[in-house]
Design a protein around this ligand. Sequence first.
Ligand SMILES: C[S@@+](CC[C@H](N)C(=O)[O-])C[C@H]1O[C@@H](n2cnc3c(N)ncnc32)[C@H](O)[C@@H]1O
Ligand SMILES: [Zn+2]
Length: 350
Amino acid sequence: MVVEGSVRVNTDGVFYNPRMKTNRDICVAMASELGVNEYLDAFSASGIRGIRVRKEAGVERVVMNDISPSACRRIRENLALNDISDCEVTCESASALMSRRRFEAIDLDPFGSPAQFLAPAASSARSYLFITATDTAPLCGAHLKSGVRKYLAVPLNTEYHREMGVRILMGAVIREMARVDRRGIPLLSYATEHYVRVHMRIKKGAREADEALESMGYVEHCFGCGGWSLRMGMGCRSSGTCSFCGGRTCTAGPLWLGPLHDKDLLRASLKRLDPESRAHRLVLLCSEEIDVPFYYDHHKICRRLRITPSKVEKVISDLLEHGYRASRTHFNGVGIKTDAPMGDLISLLA
Ligand SMILES: C[S@@+](CC[C@H](N)C(=O)[O-])C[C@H]1O[C@@H](n2cnc3c(N)ncnc32)[C@H](O)[C@@H]1O
Ligand SMILES: [Zn+2]
């Protein structure tokens, strides 16, 4: 028997990963802060996520689905164990269910890549779509061909590879939504441990979809000096040359280059999380990071410059003093997000 949040579940014979508690804690806080009324837990396994959303977030209509009949039996048992009698349990392929029915909020938490479920989810979710992806190697560029196949975009294994993963996934979702005249608006997006997680609000309309595509683009990265520059738009216009060191660049994309979070929502959600929890720490870091794509890895830059790294806080305060925006990032403990160009950051460090 597993106790998590305010629920108890029997996980015998079904998938359950205790490391995903943070993911579920944040999911419950978001569902309650957003006032979700209807939620599909499309890959339910033990049912723990849906049960927590019903009980802790108070979402009225929760549908729990799993393709495995034995998982569905376990979900029913776990609902009874928690004295819940008003949730629907369905036992079919998530794609088939989403193709047939629409839901206010949909949560995708499959094994590995969510890529094949993005198209049905983009049409089925009316207002919110939450997605977990555990295929971080393809998303972050470590398994390049698989990443290209799954997400129809080129990821690159850069120093900011965790954020690359988030933006490749987000880009794929935004493009799927645009195909059905919808716009995906990122509410909270993070990469931690072995997975990437995005939470999005959905708006209807062709014009909305066009606007979303304006924040798609490419990143031209130089593996020589670690610098990069952004190219906005769906058409790729790489220069091929690094503007900092003159080296050859590689291009990743198309990917999402817009904001990753709705900061007001994150600040409001914090009060729903235990201040001592990992979930609280993660959402706090996300709410404090500035909205510029990617980040510098302070230690890697210093290694390249052959200097001893100072404290990250010191670099951030120096950047702020020089009139740049700068913050830490949840993606990397020694990462620095800033709008300072690579050259200016280097002169400040050296
Ligand atoms: C990673 S687990 C879900 C974990 C769960 N969301 C949690 O938070 O504990 C994935 C589940 O998806 C189910 N599954 C696999 N393929 C599916 C499909 N095409 N449609 C629906 N469920 C599927 C598996 O039986 C498994 O129970
Ligand atoms: Zn360069």
